[in-house]
Design a protein around this ligand. Structure first.
Ligand code: FES
Length: 99
């Protein structure tokens, strides 16, 4: 069942953002994490030590597991950042800075 039906939600029209250059359709009001989950993506960061995969853990901005690069700004908490049309999301390795 579509969760939008459960609460009789009628969100506005979707818009497009990108994840590592790939187009993703997003409903208004969704955070980066919600949009990535809806697109089937559950991991978007690797740890500094060991390169282990990470995504959402707490979902409320406390654990910092969900760090991601949004519009060229690294270390954004995906569970807290709302998306806007045209935003660019990039997966993050370690601390998210090149070099
Ligand atoms: S999932 Fe814990 S800070 Fe985002």
């Amino acid at each position: 069942m579509n969760p939008l039906d459960l609460v009789r939600a009628e969100p506005g029209p979707s818009f497009t953002v990108t994840l590592d250059g790939r187009d993703i359709e997003v409903l208004p009001g969704r955070t980066v994490a919600a949009a990535l989950w809806a697109a089937g993506v559950t991991s978007w960061r690797t740890t500094r030590d060991g390169g282990r995969p990470r995504g959402v853990f707490c979902g409320i901005g406390v654990c910092f597991d969900c760090l991601v690069i949004v519009n060229d700004r690294p270390n954004q908490r995906a569970c807290l950042v709302p998306l806007a049309p045209g935003d660019s999301i990039r997966t993050q390795e370690g601390i998210g800075h090149d070099g």
